[in-house]
Design a binder for this molecule. Sequence first.
Ligand code: MN
Length: 266
Amino acid sequence: MMKIHLVVAAVLAIALALATPAAAQTARPLPELIAEFVVSNRILADQGVIADGFGHLTFRSPTDPNRFYMSRARAAGMVVAEDVMEFDLDGRPIDERGRRMFSERFIHAEIYRARPEVNAVVHSHAPSVIPFGVTGTPLKPVSHMAGFLVRAVPVFEIREAGGNETDMLVRTSPLGAALAKTLGSAPAVLMRGHGFNTVGTSLKQAVSRAIYTDLNARVLTEALKMGNVTYLNESEASKIAETNDASINRSWEMWTFRALASTPKP
Ligand code: MN
């Protein structure tokens, strides 16, 4: 009897571990995640996804699902481990120490609140995506590297949540919540006249999705000039997304090498 109980307990433990969305990241120590976060910042800068000082990324705490980490307000290409700050889901810093913070941290906070399986979020102003947020032309997957998009990327209209007189920035929890609602269960969301966000179960997934959302936008813009576009269908898109996720380390190695060669020593 005892033995059966032990087996049942073991099976339940495994099932629970598999069902817990943050399981993979929870197992990793914070210093290791911070090192990956610094490299992720450098990669986004080097790949041109956060070319200026105004995009940012975050990762969820491995020990407290109601906390996340973000750099102080600094250009992604310059971020070092000492810049990393901890926040709660209301966007409040745990240990501010007079450091300047990104005003749009509420984007990240509210996505973490709405999406328990998400462990990393990227926010970018890549110009390639802007046309798709302002014309009604949907951003759909045309490159097999952007299969994860599966369907058209939803567009967040800040006027619907904040009226006609915002400064376009998601600088409060209610605006963040409205953005998270538009994102829904998607991997990415466009922000009209502003940029886009990607999410992932890991830093690597959120970052690679940002890189390939940008690439897909550039490819699609060119294709639309040439004539009728054939998009990936949902089956093709979902299947290649799975294949690409399994090979993420191959590009990651190259992106890291390039990024660390082009930015100051971490
Ligand atoms: Mn922004």
